[in-house]
Design a protein. Structure first.
Length: 289
């Protein structure tokens, strides 16, 4: 068992004065408190550190050796303590941030360059999984925070709204006429795409064929190449495309699915600088549609 920093401090004071009464005055505690502290320390170490004499205290051989090393222990403790305090006040260190790959595609470029430039000691580990899994990892302390889509309320979480997005039907700008022979391209694992697809069956927008892909980037690529009509989020559909080549909405009356993108983190971490800074930066830099 490690000795407390207070017991070490009292030991150093007693080793300096070799007098419990004087050490008591200098430390601002009672002689009884110093004696109890010394007993705890000697019990912890397993050997006597002082010999009690009529004139005061005398270090034992073990006490003299311990004196040489105790300064190092206290210095290490103080350095660690100061480092932790500095981490709590300054944005530094490594944080794990979760987000779906689709969210990462349009969000990282908005805030990451600025954060990494402003905070040279900041590092990130990104985890890319579905929002449901990321939320569970935040709850179970396996992620510091996550940028998730449509999070479900949980008593352990703080949920900060960051921005919105909309899924709908998109098509290549080079397709000028609606063609029912074009296949519908979408990611079946996304509830947004599945909801829109189910809604299409009861609407005027019906497709005879479909192409399924687990990658939203593949859906976008196929849509750009005029393969078919893609179900895509607006922020992905317009990402990194020059004017004239950007995808266009298939029809303004086509079904839409609204997403809320939120930063989620545990209540216990709300005062961590990284949480505050990331929340503010995301809200500021992720522009509304």
């Amino acid at each position: 068992m490690l000795p407390s920093s207070q017991d070490l401090t009292f030991f150093l004071e007693m080793a300096k004065t070799l007098n419990i009464s004087r050490s008591s005055e200098r430390s601002g505690v009672t002689q009884s408190a110093l004696s109890q502290s010394l007993k705890r320390l000697e019990k912890n170490i397993g050997v006597p550190l002082f010999i009690r004499t009529k004139t005061g205290l005398k270090l034992t051989k073990a006490g003299s050796k311990f004196l040489k090393k105790s300064h190092l222990i206290l210095d290490t403790w103080e350095n660690l303590r100061n480092d932790v305090i500095r981490d709590s006040k300054v944005l530094r260190g490594r944080y794990t941030l979760g987000m779906h790959e689709a969210v990462a595609l349009y969000s990282l470029s908005s805030f990451l360059p600025q954060l990494m430039t402003l905070y040279p000691e900041l590092e990130f580990s990104f985890i890319h999984e579905p929002s449901r899994i990321l939320t569970e990892k935040v709850i179970s302390f396996n992620l510091d925070f996550a940028l998730v889509v449509n999070p479900i309320k949980h008593p352990d979480l703080i949920i900060k709204d960051i921005c919105v997005d909309f899924f709908t039907l998109w098509v290549s700008p080079h397709i000028n006429k609606k063609n029912k022979e074009l296949p519908l391209i979408y990611t079946p694992d996304l509830i947004q795409a599945q909801t829109i697809k189910n809604g299409l069956e009861k609407s005027q927008f019906q497709f005879k064929r479909s192409i399924l892909s687990s990658s939203i980037e593949v859906v976008k690529k196929c849509t750009l190449e005029k393969v078919g009509v893609g179900i895509l989020p607006t922020r992905i559909a317009g990402l990194d495309l020059p004017k004239g080549e950007a995808l266009k909405i298939y029809d303004q009356k086509a079904p839409k699915f609204k997403d809320k993108i939120c930063l989620v983190y545990r209540y216990e971490t709300q005062n961590i600088p990284a949480i505050k800074t990331l929340s503010y930066t995301l809200k500021k830099l992720l522009k509304p549609l």
